[in-house]
Design a binder for this molecule. Structure first.
Ligand code: DLL
Length: 433
């Protein structure tokens, strides 16, 4: 279902006109109200009045995560404090948190973009949405919550964790839609099997999964285990939370809510804007935000803009499923590898579970060494050692041929790799570089 055809199916020229008007307005506000941006504009010797067409956006300065951290907590706020009604933060692994402050209008924008997102996966007011994204400073819980209530669906605000209770509710309330990280969806399915619950027979028939990189094969796995459709949703705290881009029934790329969030792809090394189809770093401008609007925010996420029109009727541009982040890309002996590529290759190998951990060490010879821990299916582990040995060497061969790197595979028993209720941790990098 298309939630808001007026904006989602807009004719290209009309959309560009709207984006330009919003961008001019945004640049003006930032220049006048946020000293940090005024300084950046002045350094580039550019004024808001120099924007004449939407492509002029590439004259404007970027914003980086470091800029956000240096302006912690309120330095990038573009309106008086009494207009702020909600705050979210993401902590990441290092440094100060990244803060996003919302006015009432910002919460409305978020509700609208999340309603479009959930509707893209087929959510209607008849649905019962079991929302297992964390509620709190993390944006997943409240984002899905606002989208569900905007549609008029019934939302179960479960938050993350308490897997036993999640399963009880899934069964007793007949939830029809599941929202959580893809890794948690898999874990929930595993626990259901363990508890003897046949989730394939339950009413659950679709889910929106995101907040971490996942592969096409992981989708197939989740869809099979639940007998449901699994959709990819993308977003980040700095821009609004989830609701920035989402998959429709075509499951072929994520539609960007372009009237609200303007996408660009740049070369991460030079900052130069790339064309549709060229892979690079995703950059977003929040065209209509008020609390903490962002100008050309460098997400560090890697993807490309897809050119072909979508079969669903939406005209908004799509981004390809995310490949990973510039900062989680591993460089192994000079070869670039994303954890999601390892996942994609692994799931195709029979006898393994889609649970893995990549451990990178710098060996005595100063060369990078990768150990890939892979969980083996229950029945495979009770097999003879010969079978296990051949599985191990098959995985090593597949990695070598698909990724051009040598990995040492260690097969581990089912359920030994730590499960996560939120974003999964797939890499331990012990190299001190
Ligand atoms: O993860 C917002 C969100 C919540 C998205 C629920 C989807 C669902 P952050 O915690 O700020 O916000 O993390 C944002 O997570 O820059 C990506 O690197 C990654 N990410 C988010 N969605 C996807 C996805 C939320 N569908 C960071 N595929 C982003 C791959 C994703 N990576």
């Amino acid at each position: 279902m298309i939630f808001n055809p007026e904006y989602e199916c807009m004719e290209e020229q009309a959309l560009k006109k709207l984006q330009l008007a919003s961008l001019k307005n945004l640049a003006e506000t930032m220049y006048c109200k946020v000293p940090f941006y005024r300084k950046k504009f002045d350094e580039k010797k550019i004024k808001p009045r120099d924007i004449h067409c939407i492509n002029d956006i590439d004259k404007l300065p970027f914003t980086t995560k470091d800029d956000l951290r240096e302006n912690y907590p309120h330095g990038l706020r573009a309106c008086p404090q009494d207009r702020i009604v909600e705050v979210h933060m993401s902590t990441g692994t290092t440094g100060k948190p990244v803060v996003n402050e919302y006015t009432i209008k910002d919460v409305d924008i978020w509700s609208e973009s999340m309603a479009r997102t959930l509707a893209g996966a087929g959510c209607t007011r008849d649905d019962i949405v079991q929302n297992c994204y964390g509620y709190g400073l993390f944006t997943g819980g409240l984002g899905v919550h606002y989208g569900s209530t905007t549609i008029g669906a019934e939302v179960l605000p479960m938050s993350s964790g308490s897997t036993e209770r999640q399963l009880m509710i899934l069964r007793d309330f007949g939830s029809t839609m599941l929202t959580c990280t893809p890794s948690y969806a898999l874990y929930l399915a595993e626990e259901a099997a363990e508890a003897g619950i046949d989730i394939r027979a339950l009413p659950i028939n679709k889910g929106c999964f995101g907040a971490e990189a996942w592969s096409e094969n992981m989708r197939t796995e989740i869809e099979a285990r639940y007998n449901m459709k699994a959709y990819d949703i993308y977003g980040l705290t700095e821009i609004i939370g989830p609701g920035v881009a989402f998959e429709c029934e075509a499951q072929n790329g994520l539609h960007v809510n372009e009237d609200l969030f303007y996408p660009e792809i740049i070369d991460p090394a030079t900052g130069k804007t790339l064309k549709a189809g060229e892979k690079g770093e995703l950059v977003f401008t929040t065209l209509t935000r008020e609390g903490t609007p962002m100008l050309r925010y460098r997400t560090r996420d890697i993807t490309y803009i897809m050119e072909e029109p979508c079969t669903c009727g939406r005209t908004t541009r799509r981004i390809h499923r995310l490949f990973g982040r510039t900062d989680d890309m591993l460089i192994i002996r000079g070869v670039n590898v994303f954890p999601s590529q390892i996942e994609q290759a692994l799931i195709e190998i029979k006898g393994t579970e889609p649970q893995y951990l990549i451990i990178v060490n710098r060996g005595e010879s100063h060369l990078d060494e990768v150990e890939l821990q892979v969980e083996v299916k229950k029945d495979a582990f009770s097999d003879e050692t010969k079978g296990l040995e051949s599985l191990r060497s098959r995985i090593e061969q597949v990695m070598k041929s698909k990724l051009q790197i040598s990995v040492k595979v260690k097969l581990v028993e089912p359920k030994t790799i730590e499960r996560s209720i939120g974003k999964a941790k797939r890499v331990v990098d012990n190299r001190k570089i």
